[in-house]
Design a protein around this ligand. Structure first.
Ligand code: FAD
Length: 322
């Protein structure tokens, strides 16, 4: 079966990011997944990669990946594309991943699809599904030149285990001088939060302009903490300076797909929906019964959030005691 290269997103100590497991699941529809692992940590990750269907793991344990932004990863992938002739290369549709995909496309003279929300095969060729204009238009696209390179949005494909060998194959790699022109000079660790990471959380509670102020937004954090959830925000909240941009959900923010998404005081503009509409269950609290968020909500409460949410927190508290 033809190989499909999957560029792993991971931490230095071998923790595999959820998106990598999603890519492995999508890759199995196209051929036999081979993970491309950059830097250290592959030993610790091998069982997890095997669990999710990696037939092979190319390990390039070079310090160049941590030292020089994204160019070395594109260079490594280009050499593996030349040697393995894969059916496709799947990369996480993160900021870095999309840059790697673009660079790889140029290096290999291939077509690239970015922001795919699904990947399937038709007549033996990979097909990327793209949700455009905030999900209003769905486009299916194929690559007609070279090796299809597809950047898949995190949280778009449900990761499913499917055990395989994950046979490790060491790859010697040293980045060229051209790939070393942008050097990483410092790493700043983001302030750790007690709450789950927004993109990976199974419950997200998001607040919108309806919260009225930065102080008012505090009620969103309280509700999130009562549920053990991550906090999200609409762009209106971020633009007003009530909450940091890192927590924005939507077209120009993060894409989330939790089991439960609670939208509080959010109208449900198409650009917001683009980042959360694949959530499994959507609950909305809004005082306007005509708010568009109710069109996609599984459960809706029409009411003032400052009346509804405290009752909700109280009720959740009672149930926790049972
Ligand atoms: C190119 C582009 C990209 C964009 N990207 C994003 C993005 O990534 N994410 C994003 O979120 N937006 C994005 N937007 C902005 C988007 O169009 C909306 O303006 C934004 O989502 C509105 O945020 P909101 O729902 O919080 O505010 P509003 O639309 O003002 O809605 C506030 C809601 O709160 C309700 N409300 C008010 N008071 C209460 C109360 N006391 N109790 C209950 N309900 C109450 C109101 O009925 C209303 O429905 C983008 C726009 C553009 C043009």
């Amino acid at each position: 079966m033809t190989e499909v290269l999957v560029l792993a997103e991971h931490t230095a100590d071998g923790e595999v990011k959820k998106v990598t497991l999603e890519l492995l699941t999508a890759a199995r529809r196209l051929g036999e997944p081979s993970v491309v692992w950059t830097g250290p940590g592959a030993d610790a990750a091998q069982p997890r990669l095997a669990e999710y269907g990696a037939a092979k793991v190319y390990v390039a344990d070079s310090a160049d990946f941590a030292g020089y932004v994204v160019a070395p990863a594109a260079e490594l992938l280009a050499s593996l594309v030349a040697s393995a002739s894969p059916a496709a290369v799947l990369i996480a549709g993160t900021t870095e991943g999309k840059e790697i995909a673009g660079r790889l496309a140029v290096k290999t003279g291939s077509g690239v699809l970015t922001d795919a929300v699904d990947v399937t095969a038709a007549d033996g060729a990979p097909v990327g599904e793209h949700a455009n204009f905030g999900g209003a238009v769905v486009v299916h696209a194929t690559v007609r030149t070279g090796t299809p390179i597809i950047a898949v949005r995190p949280n778009s494909v449900a990761a499913e285990p499917s055990p395989a060998a994950a046979a490790v194959e060491a790859v010697a790699f040293t980045a060229s001088d051209a790939a070393k022109t942008a050097k990483i000079t410092e790493h700043v660790v983001a302030e750790a939060s007690e709450r789950p990471e927004l993109s990976e959380a199974s419950i997200v509670v998001s607040g919108g302009r309806g919260t009225g102020s930065a102080d008012g937004f505090g009620i969103i954090e309280q509700l999130a903490d009562s549920l053990g959830a991550a906090v999200g925000a609409s762009r209106a909240v971020v633009d007003a300076g009530w909450y940091p941009h890192a927590f924005q959900v939507g077209q120009t923010g993060k894409t989330v797909s939790p089991q439960l998404y609670v939208a509080v005081g959010i109208s449900g503009a198409i650009q917001h929906r683009a980042g959360m509409q694949t959530s499994k269950t959507i609950v909305a609290v809004n005082k306007d019964a005509e708010a568009p968020i109710f069109e996609i909500a599984d459960f809706g409460v029409v009411g003032d959030l400052f009346t509804v949410v405290p009752q909700l927190i109280e009720e959740i508290g009672k149930r926790k005691q049972i």
